[in-house]
Design a protein around this ligand. Sequence first.
Ligand code: BGC
Length: 528
Amino acid sequence: MPSRAMAASAAGDAKEYPGKLTLYVFLTCAVAATGGLIVGYDIGISGGVTSMDTFLEKFFPSVYHKEQMAHGSSSSQYCKFDSQLLTAFTSSLYLAALVASFFVASVARSFGRKWCMFAGGVSFLAGAALNAAAQNVAMLIVGHILLGVGVGFAGLSIPIYLSEMAPPRLRGTLNIGLQLMITVGIFSANLVNYGAAKIRGGWGWRVSLGLAAVPAGIITVGSLFLPDTPSSLISRGYHEQARRVLRRIRGTSDVADEYGDLAAATELSGTVKRPWRDILERRYRPQLTMAVLIPFFQQLTGINVIMFYAPVLFKTIGLGGDAALMTAVITGLVNIVATFVSIATVDRLGRRKLFFQGGAQMFVCQVIIGTLIGVMFHRNGGGGVPTTFAASILVFICVYVAGFAWSWGPLGILVPSEIFPLEIRPAGQGINVAVNMLCTFAVAQAFLPMLCHMRSGLFYLFGGWVLLMTAFVVLFLPETKNVPIEKMAVVWTTHWFWGSFVADQDSHVQVGHGEVDVATGKLNQTIV
Ligand code: BGC
């Protein structure tokens, strides 16, 4: 039989597979993205609940009394919410999610992405029920831990799911559906808090915490109707099912090319038996660096200071409780609307331009907000706040939130989900979620004491970090738009800094009758 050498297309030509954006893939991605609602709901709910007097009085009486006594006294204004137990309540969720993300990676690898989403929904449901019925702080914290486990499952599996289902040239747009749902979740929570705080009898906080069951129910039921991704099916041996899903999501029977590339990537991934150890190898250094630094930087933008504590912050600068809760509703709305800018532009402008523009905008706003708050306290001593001051602080907070919402918000989820080769994808995403949760936890823990000690200087600190992370992106993050994820290796091999990390190794792996270059993802196949 004549032998014929066939080289697959070079890695990373923004390769186009046949097929279109089908309604089916759009709907599956939309359903999966609703998992973002649970992540967002609990980001948005805690800050508002912890500023409700009846909640504080029942579970954290010392904070409640401190708040009452601080009224009108300037020196304790920055410190009135500083309590370790209160912070432990907010933060327990993030610690639980952090721990969960380590074992969810193995679940995602062995059972697929779909069941991770389902498990996330179930755990979140249980947490919501416990929180709504809470009689003491212990019940609150255990409920929060269950919510955290749910967030760990969802945060790990959904971004991977979306990036594996989406056609390469629309990957950014479809993946950002998740961030959009996170922002909708935060906003709904803000609205619920606003309404629940008005419930007479002082049990509004139970409504706020219990309504988390609604988004949890949506993803729990929704996930049952989702197919798993072709990559995940192939890697678990369901080849025919994978072909069927691929044909359905691409809307064409001509899927041989894409299936072939996925199968080659999967076969290669089978050579990695210990993803948690292998990810530490030098050839994965660029991806590992991004898995750690992107979520780290995302949290050091200081976004969750606004998302968790906007009502607390505005109460600190002297607004009444109702007006303070309203500010959270406004920033929540800006967060949603601005995310659409990212959805519309990410696959055309690319990731780097959005990171750069959003970073510059956030930096300028941080400096202005810090200065405004500082000047106001200096002049006013923290008594009543002039409306113009409060309004201008709110305006700059909104511009800052918008900058985040079209840069570090969605890209902090999208970029890590698309840069890992299949063999280390769940482990890499696990690290990403764990670092995100650890830093969210650290910011949640540190913000109230830091506000108490650093005062408005805290905003300059976050501004400095934003400057640093923007420089990092400019120097070290390659552009990933339009590159198929199974061909992503090329963005590192051609990078001025990372090139040497991925190139200087024996990087060829035997696959069937051919070999795959680990560094480039290039398949040289010989068919005999
Ligand atoms: C972040 C969250 C943040 C949210 C705000 C997400 O991408 O991971 O920590 O609260 O964006 O929209």
